[in-house]
Design a protein around this ligand. Structure first.
Ligand SMILES: NC(=O)C[C@H](N)C(=O)O
Length: 319
C-alpha cells in the first residue's frame, strides 16, 4: 500500500461552470466528493488553499513545501499529489523542484476544463497524478507535472496554450514520460536535479520583456533600491537593443542582480554576439544567463538564490 498526500490548492480543476457559462470557484472541491479508489493506494486529502492560480504567491508555495517535508519526514507518506490552477502551475512546480529533497515523488496536476464542462480533464489528470505519485519508478526525478497522459519535468515544462488540454509542453526536450492505459513509462531523466535550502522567500523581482526598438526608458523608471533583482526576457540567443542595454548597465552598477533569459520558446540563452547589446557584452557587464529555463522560472530561481544568501549567485543561476 502506498500512502499519498493530496493537497488541493484550487484552480479550474476545482471549479465549475455556472448557468451563464462563467467558470467559478466552489466552496467544496468536487474532487473530494468523488475520490478515485485504487487497490494499492491510501489517499489523505487536504484542501490546503482554494485559490485560482493567479492568486498563488511565493508564500503559498513555501507553505506547500513545508507541508510536504512534514508529510515525508514525520508522517511516513510515500508520495504527494498537488492539484493547482494551470496559469502559474509551472512556477509552483519549479519552486518545489528546487526546494524539496529528492526521493518520494511529488506530482502536480490541474485541468483546462472545469468539473462540470463537457470533456472535463480534471478527474483523469487527478487519477493520472495519483498513479505517477504511487509508482516506484517516479522516485528521485524531481517534481513532476502530469497532464494529458504526459509526464514533464518541473524545471522545463510550460503552459503553451490558453485553453487546450495539451497545453503543458516541454520545449526543446519533450516530456520525460507517458502514461498508457496500464503503465507508466519514463524515457528520459534529467542529468542533475538542483536543490537549494531557504528559510524565507522574500523579494521584489519583476520580469521585463525585450522588443525591437526598445530604448532604456522602462529601465530608467526602476529604482534599484526598491528591487532585489530583475529578470529580462531578451532577444534570440540572448541580446538586447543597445539603448536598453545602456540603461540596464546603470541598474547593474547600482548592484542589482540582473538575469537574462530568451523570449525564444526553444533553446538556451548564451553570450554569443559581440555587437553593442549583444550577449557577449551583456555577460561581461555582469548579467547572469539563466540556462534553459524561461523568465518566470528564472525569477523563482533568482528569488530563492537571493534568500539563500549564496556567495556565488552567478554560478547558481547559470548552472
Ligand atoms: N486552467 C486553469 O486552472 C486556469 C485558471 N485560471 C487557474 O490557473 O486557476
Amino acid at each position: 500500500m502506498k500512502k499519498i498526500l493530496v493537497l488541493h490548492t484550487g484552480g479550474t480543476i476545482s471549479m465549475s461552470e455556472d448557468k451563464d457559462g462563467k467558470v467559478v470557484s466552489n466552496t467544496s472541491n468536487p474532487l473530494m466528493t468523488h475520490e478515485p479508489e485504487m487497490s494499492n493506494v491510501i489517499l489523505h486529502t487536504e484542501d490546503i488553499f482554494n485559490l485560482p492560480s493567479p492568486h498563488i504567491t511565493l508564500k503559498n508555495m513555501f507553505q506547500l513545501q513545508r507541508r510536504i517535508l512534514r508529510a515525508f519526514f514525520e508522517e511516513g507518506f510515500d508520495g504527494a499529489v498537488i492539484t493547482h490552477g494551470t496559469d502559474t502551475l509551472e512556477e509552483t512546480a519549479y519552486f518545489l523542484d528546487l526546494t524539496l529533497p529528492l526521493g518520494a515523488p511529488v506530482v502536480i496536476t490541474g485541468a483546462m476544463r472545469s468539473s462540470n464542462e463537457p470533456g472535463t480533464d480534471g478527474y483523469y489528470n487527478f487519477l493520472s497524478a495519483i498513479r505517477v505519485a504511487s509508482d516506484l519508478t517516479s522516485r528521485n526525478r524531481g517534481v513532476l507535472v502530469t497532464m494529458n497522459a504526459e509526464i514533464h519535468a518541473a524545471r522545463f515544462v510550460t503552459k503553451t496554450h490558453t485553453t487546450s488540454v495539451s497545453t503543458f509542453q516541454t520545449p526543446t526536450y519533450g516530456p520525460i514520460g507517458i502514461l498508457t492505459h496500464d503503465r507508466i513509462v519514463f524515457h528520459q531523466s534529467l542529468e542533475e536535479i538542483e536543490q537549494i535550502a531557504v528559510s524565507s522567500v522574500e523579494g521584489q523581482v519583476p520580469i521585463i520583456k525585450a522588443y525591437s526598438g526598445m530604448d532604456g526608458s522602462i529601465f530608467d523608471l526602476l529604482s534599484p533600491e526598491s528591487l532585489d533583482g530583475l529578470v529580462i526576457e531578451g532577444l534570440g540567443a540572448g541580446n538586447l537593443p543597445p539603448e536598453a542595454f545602456q540603461s540596464v548597465k546603470k541598474l547593474l552598477n547600482a548592484g542589482l542582480p540582473v538575469v537574462l533569459t530568451s523570449r525564444c520558446f526553444n533553446g538556451i540563452a548564451e553570450p554569443i554576439y559581440a555587437y553593442p547589446g549583444g550577449g557577449s557584452e551583456l555577460y561581461d557587464a555582469g548579467i547572469y544567463f539563466a540556462k534553459e529555463i524561461n523568465a518566470q522560472k528564472a525569477r523563482i530561481k533568482l528569488i530563492l538564490g537571493l534568500n539563500a544568501h549564496l556567495s556565488d549567485l552567478r554560478n547558481f543561476i547559470e548552472k
